[in-house]
Design a protein. Structure first.
Length: 248
C-alpha cells in the first residue's frame, strides 16, 4: 500500500466506525456536552464553527459555552434578543477571542441568520439528507465564513457526528497548518504547494469523499508530525513517509 492509499484507508476505517457517544472538541466537559447536543442546541456547533479562525481552536470552540455562562442561557430565543453592542461587551469583558469586536459581530450575525433563515433551528442546515454541496453552501452564507470553515463544519458533521448526506463529493480537506505540513512531508504535494493544490490532491486521492483524510492528517500533524522534534518513531504513517525515513 502506497502513501496515498494508507491515508484513505485510515480515513475510511474510521468513517465506518459507529459514532462515538461524545465527539471530543474541547477539554471542558460541560462545553463539550453543549457542542455535542445537536438535538437541543445545534446552534452551539454552528456558532463555534463561525468562531474558529485566527485563534487557537480550543479557545474558539469554547466561545458558545462562555457566552452561555455570561448571559445565563443559550436558548435561541434569548440569543436572538441580544444586540450587537451587548455581544461586543461580552466578548471584550471576557476576552473571548483575539479579535473581540470583529468576532462579536460575526457571532451576532450568525445568531440572526439562524433566527431568521432557519426559524431558530440550526439543524435545518443539515437535516433531510441534503447534498454535501448544499450544506457547504449554507455555511458559506454565514457572515465571515469562508470555504475552509464551511468544509470543516460539514466534514465534522459527516465524519464525526455521522449526519447523513446524499453524497460527500463537495467535502474537501481544510488545509490548516497540520494538513499542509503532513502532506508536504509525505511528498504528496511539493513543498511550495498552495491550498488549491492540496485540496485537489485530496480530491484525486478519494474523489467520492476528499475530506475523509482530513482528520487523519490533522491528528498526525498535531500528535506526531510536529514542526519541531517530530516523533516519527510513533507516527502511524512513518513506514510510508519519506520525511520519516530521512529523520530515522
Amino acid at each position: 500500500m502506497d502513501k496515498k492509499h494508507i491515508l484513505v484507508k485510515i480515513g475510511k476505517e474510521r468513517f465506518k466506525d459507529s459514532k462515538d457517544s461524545m465527539v471530543h472538541l474541547v477539554e471542558n466537559p460541560e462545553a463539550n456536552e453543549l457542542l455535542n447536543d445537536l438535538d437541543n442546541y445545534p446552534h452551539a456547533y454552528v456558532l463555534a464553527c463561525c468562531m474558529d479562525r485566527q485563534t487557537k481552536a480550543e479557545r474558539a470552540w469554547m466561545i458558545p459555552y462562555r457566552v452561555k455562562k455570561a448571559i445565563g442561557s443559550f436558548e435561541m430565543k434569548d440569543l436572538a434578543l441580544m444586540t450587537e453592542k451587548q455581544y461586543k461587551k461580552i466578548f471584550v469583558d471576557n476576552n473571548l477571542h483575539r479579535f473581540n469586536d470583529d468576532m462579536a459581530y460575526v457571532f451576532y450575525k450568525a445568531v440572526q441568520r439562524i433566527h431568521m433563515d432557519y426559524y431558530g433551528d440550526a439543524s435545518k442546515i443539515w437535516k433531510g439528507g441534503p447534498s454535501s454541496a448544499e450544506v457547504v453552501y449554507r455555511f458559506l452564507e454565514f457572515y465571515g465564513v469562508g470555504i475552509k470553515i464551511a468544509t470543516m463544519a460539514t466534514n465534522i458533521l459527516a465524519r464525526q457526528y455521522r449526519i447523513p448526506f446524499s453524497d460527500y463529493y463537495s467535502i474537501d480537506v481544510s488545509p490548516d497548518v497540520h494538513v499542509k505540513r503532513v502532506m508536504k512531508r509525505m511528498g504528496l504535494v511539493e513543498e511550495d504547494a498552495n491550498n488549491d493544490k492540496i485540496i485537489y490532491k485530496a480530491r484525486e486521492m478519494n474523489p467520492e469523499f476528499p475530506g475523509i483524510i482530513d482528520y487523519s492528517l490533522w491528528e498526525i500533524g498535531r500528535t506526531w508530525c510536529k514542526p519541531k522534534s517530530p516523533n516519527c518513531k510513533e507516527c502511524i504513517v512513518s513506514s510510508k513517509c519519506p520525511f520519516c525515513k530521512i529523520i530515522k
